[in-house]
Design a protein around this ligand. Sequence first.
Ligand code: NIG
Ligand code: FE
Length: 415
Amino acid sequence: MHPDPKAFTLLGPFTQLVTMAGLPLAGPLPDDQLEVLEQAGLLLQGEKIAQVGPYAQLRQTAQENGYRLQVLEEPLVLLPGLIDAHTHLCFAGSRARDYALRVAGKSYLEIARSGGGILDTVRKTRAASLQELVQTLTQRCNRHLAEGVTTCEVKSGYGLTVPDELKMLQAIRQVDQSHPLDLVPTCLAAHMRPPEFTQNSAYLRQVVEELLPKVKAEGLAQRVDIFIEDTAFSEEEALWFLQLARELGFAVTVHADQFSTGGSKVAAEVQALSADHLEASGMAEIQRLKAAGVVVVVLPGASLGLGMPFAPARQLLDQGLCVALATDWNPGSAPMGDLLLQAALLGAAQKLTQAETWAGLTVRAAHALRLPDRGSLEAGKLADLIAFPTDQYQEILYLQGKLKPTQVWKRGKRV
Ligand code: NIG
Ligand code: FE
């Protein structure tokens, strides 16, 4: 049986279509490896891409078969939707006061030690209802989608009690189900020890024994994360915790080497899906991650929010790692949340090729989340598409995030 021709839509013509197809998932990428099709079209079938190719040819096929046409008049460059592989988008309240203290000279860790920081957001998130979390998360997802993000990882970690962590994960699930953006939930109950506990180990035991089995049973997340740092959890605690999370059936990821090294060692030892942050990593840490095959996620928004150096993205690529770029959008260290702008600034500072930056935002970010169904424009992949009003793709990063997509399609639907 032939599929209904009305199930097919031809989109185009696009002045340029950057497919991100055929790129190695790790290591340096010269720009001449980017596949850029000129005067190209894209045939959609439902939520997927059926074919990519020269517009004139696809148009003829479409006319012969009675497919729908969506003709685009202005010059447009088409790319895969952006994938934000690390965020803390679900939270209540603001930490503008922390930011003022930081720019006046106090450090992030000093503010955390004096009861501000993450624990301040924990108080506000606990006080918020599920509906309030759903509403503010929806607003942030609206902005992200408008700026071209079509898949977004979201962590819990501001509840830090069994019911409040579940509330956060439920809010993430509700928004995933009601919003076009695909959300990938991660349980970050091991963000920090909450004030009710005096010992990290006792708190982590509660997470393992009470919370994670519920998260698993309700299917609220498949991934578990931990923050390894002086003010959060030690390497030993993390190793113990992540191994148990693994045994419960979770995939694991790590907040590693943000201020001090140590997390990367744990990430390598447990062969985490990804090690995220790495601002403090040196060559030894990088080589250890490489040897263990750990994907790395670099978070320029946290460097910008904290006024600290970027992670060594250039070195990470040169040492052969898979580098994804994400916002870390959160109320404390990374309040801005503009993925394209942050990637452009990181690229300028770290001398990333355009191919490396775009791969980090698309195919390599998909790999960080182990989502092989997206991240490039190829037959069979999800039709998550973003179109920019320009005639050459280089304009986009050149304008450092100020040129936004004017059209976004999520799973084949214009949003
Ligand atoms: O990735 N480093 C720990 N967690 C977040 C910050 C969370 C917060 O400050 O609220 C991060 O930067
Ligand atoms: Fe983070």
